[in-house]
Design a protein around this ligand. Structure first.
Ligand code: NI
Length: 226
């Protein structure tokens, strides 16, 4: 399942991010690419151990923890510290699949079930730079307002189209989910969303909503690894 989650960061946070990111020391993104990705990767990244990158990453993680749609859709077990990239001057990232296991050297490693991109510059600030994600329904083009996030299965083939004007700055990160299988996770998200909608329509005391909530938790009990 691909899911757009709007306004993960607010205007004030975006302003603070811009101020820091526009002055940051970017490095060649190929330094962290695997041997296949290095052939197609052409962008800039912030060094993962840069204090500014770490503190902005914490702001994102904190915002995600309090975002009910993200929590319901991702059912996160572990989230790798967000990283930051910048594409400009024709830079792009050709078609690839993310590594199945990712982490910092000598640090925590996670199985990458979900990939996330959080857009930090507005679509009108740059030309190109669409994230294209392939699934069984075809290719999906994603270019979102600043502050919005796209969540998609890390198993997907994807690419970032060349940025021919301006700069596209984004945060990206991987999530290990409590529910490894994308199909099971999608069913749980749909069930949770439906139960919540029913509660809104019928009130908190609705017997059917309570039953659906019970089914949700019993499926989660069956499928979750914690
Ligand atoms: Ni990727």
């Amino acid at each position: 399942m691909m899911l757009r989650i709007p306004q993960v960061l607010n205007e004030q946070q975006l302003g603070e991010f811009r101020q820091i990111l526009l002055q940051a020391r970017w490095m060649d993104g190929r330094a962290t690419a695997g041997h296949q990705a290095v052939q197609v990767k052409d962008n800039l990244q912030l060094p993962v151990d840069l204090p500014e990158a770490k503190s902005l990453g914490q702001v994102i993680l904190h915002a995600l923890e309090r975002n009910p749609v993200f929590v319901s859709a991702a059912l996160p077990k572990r989230i790798l510290a967000p990283r930051f990239n910048c594409y400009q001057g024709g830079q792009s990232y050709g078609l690839h699949v993310d590594n199945a296991v990712s982490g910092e050297a000598g640090g925590e490693r996670i199985r990458t079930d979900l990939s996330a991109t959080l857009f930090l510059t507005a679509p009108q600030e740059y030309e190109g730079g669409e994230l294209l994600v392939e699934d069984t329904y075809g290719s999906h083009s994603v270019k979102l307002p600043a502050g919005d996030l796209i969540l998609y299965p890390a198993s997907s083939l994807h690419q970032v189209m060349p940025v021919t004007r301006g700069a596209r700055i984004a945060a990206f990160f991987w999530i290990q989910s409590m529910v490894r299988d994308d199909g099971e996770r999608t069913l749980l998200f749909q069930l949770d969303s439906s139960a919540q909608q029913l509660t809104r329509e019928q009130g908190a005391g609705s017997a059917v909503a309570t039953q659906l909530g019970g089914i949700y938790h019993n499926l989660l009990r069956r499928w979750a690894e914690v």
